[in-house]
Design a protein around this ligand. Structure first.
Ligand code: SF4
Length: 248
């Protein structure tokens, strides 16, 4: 998505040809290297993402070039994503995408922020987490699975006829991207817990905790994407999948 927005919104705005942009995505995930090559992730035969580095590879490169991050002066990130909400940061933990989406769905449906942005039932390392959340007087059933075995259990329950869920989140890695295959190696349960807690601490202390209040996101919709779900937003932010023949 970031690559599509950089080439589809940022480059035209800056008067740069998307052909002259080399887009590098830094990810917790080795699978993103495959994903960047999917034909669905390209426009007019040109890939949205030109290269993917994992966080582990980035750390290796930082060491290789002798960068001393602790003593480097910080500077703001470039637009279109100069301002980042903690709603996006908690995506790294299983349940974080759901929590962030529910915050914004609640606002878009009711026009009001949730009384409490934190949804404890969606946090932690349980393989399947569920909650019923009231939005505008209606109960919304949500479920989160992490780890492929848990994803299969949840999906099998839907295939078997379960109808009380309106929105599900699935992460392949147990605990979410904090345990991604591209992350630094040697992770123990304690390390994963610390990573998850760090994300939720960042969220707790953030002044900007929802996507819809992020000035960068609002500007991006106003200047380029149109309304959520409009043609351009759909084209740049959504993808599709085909069934693969995976032995069960
Ligand atoms: S959960 Fe794992 S496989 Fe899925 S995006 Fe995150 S790191 Fe990649």
């Amino acid at each position: 998505m970031m690559g599509a927005v950089v080439k589809g919104c940022w480059a035209p705005r800056e008067g740069i040809s998307p052909d002259d942009v080399f887009s590098v995505s830094i990810m917790p995930c080795t699978a993103k290297k495959f994903e960047a090559e999917r034909p669905e992730m390209s426009r007019d035969g040109k890939a949205d993402i030109d290269a993917v580095l994992t966080t582990r590879e980035l750390a290796q490169m930082i060491r290789m070039f002798g960068l001393d991050l602790a003593n480097m002066k910080g500077e703001p990130a470039d637009t279109p994503f100069g301002e980042r909400s903690s709603a996006g940061k908690i995506f790294g933990a299983s349940g974080g995408v759901m929590e962030a989406a529910v915050r914004t769905a609640h606002f878009m449906i009711t026009g009001k922020e949730m009384d409490n942005l934190r949804i404890p039932a969606l946090r932690g390392f349980d393989g399947i987490k569920e909650a019923s959340i009231e939005v505008g007087g209606v109960g919304i059933g949500v479920a989160v699975a992490s780890g492929l075995g848990n994803a299969r259990k949840l999906l099998d329950s839907l295939v078997a006829g379960r109808t009380d869920l309106h929105f599900i989140e699935i992460m392949s890695c147990p605990g979410g991207c904090i345990a991604g295959g591209g992350q630094p190696t040697g992770t123990s349960p304690e390390v994963l817990k610390a990573r998850m807690q760090a994300l939720y601490n960042i969220d707790r202390d953030s002044a900007l905790r929802t996507s819809h209040s992020n000035p960068s996101v609002r500007r991006l919709y106003e200047e380029c994407l149109g309304e959520p779900g409009d043609h351009k937003a759909h084209e740049l932010l959504h993808t599709s999948y085909v069934a693969r023949d995976v032995p069960r």
